[in-house]
Write a protein that binds this ligand. Structure first.
Ligand code: IMP
Length: 429
């Protein structure tokens, strides 16, 4: 039995798709446990590029079972489109399972996400406008539509009617928008239900049976630690729990089943959307990292804000998720810089902080305290052994290990599966 949770240790976009794809090779099942199509993974496999939002990256291995867990919010139109996209590219999707308890993103969620953002004006969150927040709001308010409802008109109709009454008042009276029409949406979503029916199951049970059979399960987090609803930079967060504990809730698996937690972090830091970012580089180096690292969102196309690696954040991620191994991605992007910096603490007024502050007011005031290391100029893209990295790149990784007190077990030096340096086993035999 082996269960590994893979999480983002920064603000999302850490390259989790590539690491999931890499680790999926050793797993029997890959499970998404939170978020929805606000996520975006670009995975390069068999020399081809795949862009996925909702379906676990493990789908690129035909023999692996992929699961969309109960903690995910599912936009059925997007899911069906993604399935069609994969089928067109000759990717076998027959082994996908969807939790009957997953929540469904409805058209009013998408509409309200946009309208609420607009109403926030200057204090907007910078959401992906995919309806994620409003869908989780309904889940917490206990009025959400679950995937199982789409399979049962008798359950679905009254629940949807109740939602329409409330949402149309919100749309027309609060946001001055047009009301939505019940019947076409009701019929459209029943059709989605019929299309998805063969995939819908009790996914918690399926995961448990897989673990009981001695097989390996990889839990694939979306977004990242600092976007966690409780532990992130609230209110500039998403509405789910990307930290490792989220896997237990969002997949229906007990914490004693989890053997390891892999924290994925870029060799630098990026952030999309609004909110404080102490190591942000607003200069040419930031531009250089953005261009070289192709730091533009897979989901929204937005330019990502770029900055130096922040070890305070990395240590915080270790604390809240119990990270046992780091996977450092995009080390190659830092090639060519004369010096590389690591933020080791924050200066806030007269104080220097070494722990991530609870208060966002304080976090906004934090100035990075840097340590500077010599850079390297050698091309890393074909390096496959740690000892073959330039000594300054090795020292950079070793310093990250010292600062976080966690081994860096995987290092990515390019987008493809093969461009991964492996320093230890993640899944036990
Ligand atoms: P939402 O998840 O669409 O509600 O957006 C809330 C915040 O999370 C915004 O700052 C988004 O930019 C950010 N966000 C959501 N999904 C991702 C992701 O996959 N990568 C990076 N940022 C994300």
């Amino acid at each position: 039995m082996a269960a590994v949770v893979l999480i983002g240790a920064q603000w999302g976009d850490e390259g989790k798709g590539k690491i999931t794809d890499f680790l999926a090779e050793s797993a029997d099942m890959v499970v998404r446990y939170q978020g929805g199509n606000n996520a975006g993974h670009t995975v390069v496999a068999h020399g081809r590029e795949f862009k996925l939002h909702l379906i676990p990256s493990g789908i690129l291995y035909p023999e692996k079972t992929c699961v969309i867990g109960n903690g995910v919010v599912v936009d059925p139109a997007v899911l069906l489109e993604e399935l069609a996209y994969l089928t067109e590219r000759q990717v076998e999707t027959g082994k996908l399972l969807i939790s009957s308890n997953a929540q469904v993103i409805m058209p009013y969620h998408r509409l309200l996400d946009g309208l609420e953002e607009e109403a926030r004006g200057e204090s907007k969150i910078g959401t992906t406008k995919r309806g994620i927040g409003p869908c989780y709001m309904d889940k917490a308010a206990r009025i959400g539509i679950r995937v199982s409802d789409l399979l049962d008109p008798e359950e679905f109709e009254p629940k949807l009617r109740r939602n329409f009454q409330e949402k149309n008042i919100l749309l027309t009276k609060v946001f001055n928008a047009k009301p939505l029409e019940f019947q076409p949406i009701y019929e459209e979503y029943l059709k989605y239900g019929e299309q998805l029916r063969p995939l819908v199951t009790d996914s918690s049970l399926a995961i448990s049976q897989t673990l009981q059979a001695g097989q390996k399960v990889l839990f694939e987090g979306a977004q990242g630690t600092l976007l966690d609803l409780d532990h992130g930079t609230y209110p500039y967060v998403t509405s789910s729990h990307p930290i490792a504990g989220g896997a237990c809730v969002g997949a229906g698996v007990g914490p004693t089943r989890i053997n390891r937690v892999v924290g994925v972090a870029k060799a630098y830091t990026t952030r999309v959307g609004e909110g404080p970012f102490p190591t942000e580089l607003l200069d040419e180096t930031g531009e250089q990292i953005r261009a070289k690292g192709h730091e533009f969102g897979t989901t929204t196309g937005r330019a990502r804000r770029c900055g130096w690696f922040d070890a305070v954040i990395a240590r915080y991620a270790v604390r809240v998720s119990g990270i046992s191994d780091f996977a450092i991605t995009k080390l190659d992007v830092l090639t060519g810089l004369e010096h590389v910096k690591i933020c080791v603490g924050y200066r806030a007024g007269d104080e220097v902080l070494y722990e991530f502050p609870q208060s966002q007011k304080l976090f906004r005031k934090c100035e990075p305290v840097y340590e500077e290391l010599p850079g390297w100029s050698e091309d890393l893209s074909s390096v496959r052994r740690f000892e073959d990295l330039p000594i300054n790149a090795q020292n950079y990784i070793k310093r990250l290990e010292q600062l976080t007190e966690v081994p860096v077990t995987l290092v990515a030096v390019g987008p493809s599966r093969e461009q991964t340096i492996v320093r230890g086993k993640i899944f036990e035999d």
